[in-house]
Design a protein around this ligand. Sequence first.
Ligand code: EPU
Length: 287
Amino acid sequence: MVAVHAFDTFLTERGIPVRLDHPLAPYTTLKVGGPADYFVEPRNPEDLADAVRAARDCDLPVRLLGSGANLLVRDDGVRGVVLRLTHLNRRDGLHVQAGYNFARLVKETAAEGLAGLECLAGIPAQVGGAIRMNAGGRHGETAAAVAYVDVMTPACEIRRLTRDQVGFRYRGTSLGDAVVLAAGFDLRPGDGIRERYEDVLSQKKSSQPLGTHNAGCMFKNPPGGHAGRIIDQCGLKGLRVGNAHVSERHANFIENDGGATASDVLKLVERIQSRAPVPLELEVLVW
Ligand code: EPU
């Protein structure tokens, strides 16, 4: 086993840049939270395999950061290794690497008149994150448009999974510790796709606080209900802890006014949960 301090040495020797004690808040849309012990952006799948193996040898946990749009990093940050697949960002037709901007893919395929992703207009994500979280909303979810997913297994083998093998469920998959490398999408030419895209996007703009620092919907919708409506009906819009508050525009969003801490946001989450008449489960990942 390699000693813990050897993780960065091992990667540096292979020319893979590693940043130590690297702040994560700027990589998240909520803009709160502390640093990662090690932060690595692999240049290719080989770098990724090296980083995963080195982390395992050093007994360090590994996390994948996507676009940071559905993530709350705690104030003391995360131990171990955070990987970001920024450089795996190629699109070859409908085969798209994990680091590709998902909102851009949705916009591009809609402009190409291809049906299947237009219902996901405006979801901030990288392709890998959209797959792993089965990103979606009231108009549909990512799973419906996926043909296959290429992953790197914890043993660093590359496998192609069919849609069924991915185990898609509401805002999740059964991928476990496998890393999404790329996905193939099943999109066909359709009519009125651009119009539908614009429609979904404008609905989103009119009902959600876009352009503020938030992590999207904080809670999953409970069976048969909408977290946003429930929180609104409890009269909690505007409820504040420190510099975080429940959005006036959509009650399932928490906004950071600037200077909020992760602890402010988590306290607000607890207050909402304690006042809601039904259990509300976080949709946002907490690191
Ligand atoms: N509503 C209120 N008050 C509010 C917010 C909503 O009464 O403050 C009502 C709305 O009027 C509507 C109902 O609640 O009748 C549902 O609201 P909305 O259409 O906004 O849908 P949602 O269920 O709250 C889901 C996704 C969103 C996605 C939208 C649109 C979840 C948890 N949320 O929201 O996803 O953008 O549909 O497709 O599934 C996200 O995942 O981060 C996210 C924002």
